[in-house]
Structure formats: structure tokens, C-alpha cells
Design a protein around this ligand. Structure first.
Ligand SMILES: C[S@@+](CC[C@H](N)C(=O)[O-])C[C@H]1O[C@@H](n2cnc3c(N)ncnc32)[C@H](O)[C@@H]1O
Length: 419
């Protein structure tokens, strides 16, 4: 296999995917030999733009370490906006991303990469040396406490899925510095580029992504509400868990109710901001999880979506009923968004979801996106309600949801909707 041809094709694909957006980032993908960091892995896999190379699994077979897909590395490097001379901390070490960061900061900058797993740091050290990046510092430890002895960083780039942002990360950033972090909010993960503004962080961009979950002190377990054996469940990640889950007992035995919005999307069109909008405005917001091998016909169980239709994980619970985002094909390549619902109050629950799809379509579908800001856990409510949103004519945003985490309050602020 010709490495140069594979590399060129990968970079072309990264431009096409809008993951690479600058010549600087394209250049580091050209300079760093990815295959040196993935010994034994077939070259086409190493250089596939959208494929992560898994390197370690836990005892239940879930991946806990990987070399992230080039696509994800590319948009996170763009989000991080790294310049020559900067001091950068990478959390989660695969080797290859640290090498690209070292190229971006140049000889006058400094890169440290840390990982909780000694096997991963040993591997990263060995591979970075082999690839000629001995100047990258590799540290082993739980990133929850940061690296206090290392001083301040211009950029911290977190390459593992987080539920919260420990205070050490904000503390170790210079004012105006950037934290790029895949953050889970009501189960929805976005890679946020956050800028430090005094005691808090404000988002400059958000990208859809998926990551292995953080281990150690920052690990957070979601709560599962099983609805049909262990094949269909609702997953609650934050503070929206129903006070009386027993109310939903047997809910899937009832007939499904559908409601349609009249809002259509093309098959390839992204609607990234819709799940975030629904999670912001719908109380009891959660995710619907259905086993990939669930077969309703064979099991005689509930049909979650009809032929030609799809269901999406965005869901919400109101008392004894729940609804989730769904679509149906209206003509080739075009889908109408709507809701499926179960429960004694399925109709109003589905209608309320559909109303929010229409609202999103009218006001937010084509931007502006929400601003996400991260505040210390003791920040007063009124401060969070007055966050101005860039480009918004009003002095405060119109819809703010505050998600309380262990260390922080995450405010999702949507600009004022204009008629
Ligand atoms: C997706 S991998 C990192 C990918 C890497 N940056 C690359 O070059 O593509 C995520 C890593 O985060 C590490 N990790 C998980 N929890 C951590 C923690 N609390 N502190 C530091 N590292 C952690 C895992 O051991 C895993 O190796």
C-alpha cells in the first residue's frame, strides 16, 4: 500500500468533510506519520478519514482507548486554534494527536499529554520517541486534578468524553485561553471550544462527536429506566430523572401515538441543533436506547418506528408517558420530522414535542446556535439568565437552560427568537 496516496486521499476527504478548514491543520496531517502510532493496523484503516483505531477495551468489551478518527482530530485542532509558541495540554494520549500539536506549536512551544492509564502512556512515550517527538512530555495520572506543577496552558484539549469540567482545567488556562472538550449535556455530546473569561468559560463553537467516557474521579454513570426487558430503555444523564419511575411501568404495552410536524429534512442534511433545542426546552429530557438487535416482529414487542421511518434518541418523559423524535419518508430522500409516544397521555406529549420541532425550524434551524457557558457551581441564577448572545438584539438571551453538574453550572443560552 502506498502511504503517500492514502495520506493524500485522507487529507482531501478531511477538506471535503469540512473537518480540516485551514492550511496549517492540513499541513500537520501531511507531516505526521499516523501509521507509526498504530503498529500492526492495516494502512487503509489508519488513514481512513472517519475511522477511529481502538487500542484498548474494558472487561465487558467496551472501548476505553483509541486513536481518534482523523475527522475528529482535525475539527478539534481547528477548534483549538493552536499557534506557534503556545503551551498545550492534551488529556488522553494516543500519541498521534500530541505529535500534530507539537508540529503546530513548533520548537518554541511545549506540548504535554496525560493519560490515566500507564499502559497507554508507556505506549505513547515509545511511539512518540520512535516518530521523532521526544520533546512531547508524557504524564500518567487522573486529569481531574490537572497538572498543578505544570503551570498555565494556552490551550487544553480533552480527547475523552466528559460529563463535567473540573475546576483545575479552568484554573490552569490563561485568561482568554481555550479549552476544547467533548461535553455531555443531557446525554448529548458536543466538542465545545470554550474560551476562559475570568471565572467562567464561553463557547465559540460546538461540533457533533462521540468519545470513550472519562475514567477516574470524573466518571459519571447515567441512570437507566428499563421499559422492555433490557432491550428498550430511557437514559437519564443529568437532573431530569422522573421522581416516580414506576408511573411508566408497562407503558410500551399501550398503542403508539404518532404526531407529524410538516417540517422536512433532506436525507443528508444535518439537524445538529434540534436535539440540543429539545433537551433545552423539554422537561424530563432523556435518550431512548433500543438494542441494535431488537426485532419487534420476532419478539411481538412494540414497534418503535414503521417501515421507511426512523427514530432518534431524543426523548422526554411527562409523568406516565413519554415521546421521542421520529421521522417518516415523504418522498425519496426527504423525511418529515415528528414524534412517537406511548402512555396514557401520549397524544399531548407527542404534540408538545412536535410544537418544539416547528419552533426550532422557524427560529434556529439555520442558526444562530446557542452559546454554552460553564460557571462555578455557586453562581447565582440571575447571572445565568442574563447571558448576552452574540448577534442578539436583546440584552439577554430568550431561553436559558441550566444543567447542574458536580463542579459547574452549564448554561445553554438561545438567542431571542424573532417572528
Ligand atoms: C480517545 S483516547 C485519546 C486519543 C488520543 N488523544 C489520540 O491521539 O487520538 C481517550 C483516552 O483518555 C484516557 N482517559 C480516560 N479517563 C482519563 C482521565 N481521567 N485522565 C486522563 N486520561 C483519561 C483513556 O485512558 C484513553 O486513552
Amino acid at each position: 500500500m502506498d502511504v503517500e496516496a492514502l495520506r493524500a486521499a485522507m487529507i482531501e476527504e478531511l477538506w471535503r468533510l469540512n473537518a480540516v478548514r485551514s492550511d496549517r491543520v492540513a499541513a500537520v496531517f501531511a507531516r505526521v506519520d499516523r501509521h507509526v502510532f498504530a503498529p500492526g493496523v492495516p494502512l487503509p484503516e489508519v488513514y481512513a478519514a472517519t475511522t477511529a483505531v481502538r487500542t484498548k477495551w474494558d472487561e465487558r468489551g467496551a472501548p476505553i482507548s483509541s486513536i481518534s478518527a482523523p475527522q475528529v482530530q482535525a475539527f478539534m485542532l481547528e477548534q483549538a486554534n493552536v499557534a506557534p509558541g503556545m503551551r498545550v495540554l492534551e488529556i488522553g494520549s494516543g500519541g498521534v494527536n500530541a505529535a500534530m500539536l507539537a508540529e503546530l506549536v513548533g520548537e518554541s512551544g511545549a506540548v504535554t499529554t496525560m493519560d490515566i492509564d500507564p499502559e497507554i502512556t508507556d505506549r505513547a512515550r515509545k511511539l512518540l520517541d520512535a516518530a521523532g517527538y521526544s520533546r512531547v512530555r508524557v504524564e500518567c495520572g487522573d486529569a481531574e486534578r490537572g497538572l498543578p506543577e505544570a503551570g498555565l496552558f494556552d490551550v487544553i484539549i480533552v480527547t475523552v468524553g466528559c460529563w463535567d469540567i473540573p475546576p483545575a482545567w479552568t484554573r490552569q488556562l490563561v485568561d482568554g485561553g481555550r479549552l476544547v472538550v467533548p461535553l455531555r449535556m443531557r446525554g448529548i455530546t458536543r466538542s465545545l471550544a470554550l474560551e476562559r473569561v475570568g471565572d467562567h468559560l464561553v463557547s465559540r463553537s460546538a461540533e457533533v462527536c462521540g468519545f470513550v467516557k472519562i475514567q477516574g474521579e470524573g466518571a459519571h454513570r447515567e441512570r437507566m429506566l428499563l421499559l422492555y426487558g433490557d432491550q428498550i430503555a430511557l437514559r437519564f444523564d443529568d437532573d431530569t430523572h422522573p421522581s416516580d419511575p414506576l408511573e411508566l411501568d408497562g407503558v410500551l404495552a399501550r398503542e403508539r401515538v404518532d404526531a407529524w410536524s410538516g417540517v422536512t429534512v433532506g436525507g443528508m442534511e444535518s439537524f445538529d441543533s434540534l436535539p440540543l433545542w429539545l433537551a433545552t426546552v423539554l422537561p424530563g429530557s432523556c435518550l431512548l436506547a433500543v438494542d441494535s438487535d431488537y426485532q419487534p416482529a420476532a419478539a411481538g414487542g412494540p414497534v418503535m418506528a414503521d417501515e421507511g421511518g426512523r427514530w432518534f434518541p431524543s426523548a422526554y418523559v411527562v409523568g406516565d408517558s413519554f415521546a421521542y423524535l421520529a421521522s417518516r419518508r415523504v418522498r425519496p430522500g426527504v423525511f418529515e420530522m415528528g414524534a412517537h409516544a406511548f402512555g396514557p397521555h401520549a397524544r399531548p406529549t407527542a404534540e408538545a414535542l412536535v410544537e418544539q420541532i416547528r419552533f426550532w425550524d422557524r427560529h434556529y434551524r439555520h442558526g444562530p446556535d446557542p452559546v454554552i457557558s460553564i460557571w462555578p457551581h455557586d453562581t447565582a441564577d440571575h447571572l445565568l439568565r442574563e447571558i448576552p448572545v452574540p448577534g442578539d438584539s436583546a440584552t439577554a438571551s430568550s431561553a436559558v437552560t441550566v444543567i447542574d453538574k458536580r463542579h459547574t453550572r452549564v448554561a445553554i443560552s438561545w438567542p431571542t427568537a424573532t417572528a
